[in-house]
Design a binder for this molecule. Structure first.
Ligand code: F6P
Length: 319
């Protein structure tokens, strides 16, 4: 019987637990022995490897986070640590790995593959939705729904006073979460790193809207923009003349009960990953595209920067 392992690396997402559950079930169905590697690449170096069974994944489908833990591993960046990781995999007779994570995690597993021939398949899993060649990363739908509920709730209180709320979303240097949240929550302003902006170009319009009876504003800003969120709030106070409040959504965006879409995507991503490894595809990323799931060589994915669809960006560009 062949052994196959799974690990989660980098920021966790809601959808990892459904992926773990399906990984165990599908691997067994395909005649493989599934293993868990706990705490990402850190656990791989420290030999936190354990055979997985149905019992381990019972009841986890509905939970956010990851039952097997995740980590950001600086140690894995060294050749020495990767050699230890390879030894640990050999000791458990594992030569196939499924990796859930983002760009940094993909680079890590690629190094292990290049140096030691470990076969892997990577599944894009980051709320940032910033993996090139790929339209959807596991966990994004749940994060967007959490943001949606938060903005809807803030709107209730914002409309009760005359206030501006500046809501900061995660995403590092990718504005996807902020952009989609803006479009689907009807906020008045959206600022993301991908689109140049000049706050002054909004000033007269916002002041006119207040004169015409508008009571509140909602602005969705991505954490990666050129200004601090508090500077945007100060601009509302000083230039538009409306009291302002800040809400940094932070890590609540990473948790919560996985949506139906993320549960289903977890299922499909895992199927494609295990099938790829069984079919002899040894260093790929499962990418979800307009044409369905495809496998892309890891180099092609990590060597390019993700670009948000221009049509979406145009929605917030000032003409
Ligand atoms: O990459 C996912 C992410 O949630 C980013 O959006 C955010 O900037 C970062 O991770 C936060 O990292 P940490 O959980 O290590 O503070």
């Amino acid at each position: 019987m062949k052994n196959i392992a799974i690990l989660c690396s980098g920021g966790d997402v809601s959808g990892m637990n459904p992926a773990l559950k399906h990984f165990v079930e599908y691997s067994i169905k395909m005649g493989l022995s599934p293993y868990f590697i706990f705490d990402g690449f850190e656990g791989l170096i420290d030999n936190k490897i354990k055979k997985a069974s149905y019992d381990d994944v019972a009841g986890i489908l509905t939970r956010g986070g990851t039952k097997i833990g995740s980590a950001r591993s600086k140690r894995f960046m060294t050749k020495e640590s990767r050699a230890v990781a390879k030894k640990n995999l050999d000791n458990s007779k594992i030569d196939m790995l499924v990796v859930l994570g983002g760009d940094g995690s993909f680079r890590g597993i690629h190094e292990l593959h290049k140096e030691h021939g470990i076969k892997f398949c990577a599944i894009p899993s980051t709320i940032d939705n910033d993996i090139s060649q790929n339209e959807y990363c596991l966990g994004v739908d749940t994060a967007l729904n959490i943001i949606k509920s938060s903005i809807d709730a803030i709107r209730d209180t914002a409309s009760s006073f005359s206030r501006a709320f500046v809501i900061e979303t995660m995403g590092r240097d990718c504005g996807y979460l902020a952009l989609i949240s803006h479009l689907t929550s009807g906020s008045e302003l959206c600022l993301i790193p991908e689109v140049e902006y000049d706050l002054n170009s909004y000033k007269n319009d916002f002041k006119k809207q207040i004169k015409n009876g508008r009571r509140y504003f909602i602005a969705v800003v991505s954490e990666g923009i050129k200004q601090e969120t508090k500077e945007i709030a100060e601009w509302f106070e000083n230039e538009v003349g409306v009291e302002s409040k800040i809400c940094v959504l932070g890590h609540i965006q990473r948790g919560g009960n996985p949506t139906v879409y993320d549960r289903l995507m977890a299922y499909k991503f895992v199927n494609h990953a295990v099938d790829a490894l069984l079919g002899g595809i040894n260093s790929s990323v499962v990418c979800y595209t307009k044409n369905g799931f495809i496998h892309k060589e890891i180099d092609e994915v990590t060597s390019q920067k993700y670009k948000i669809d221009q049509k979406l960006l145009n929605y917030i560009k000032k003409s």
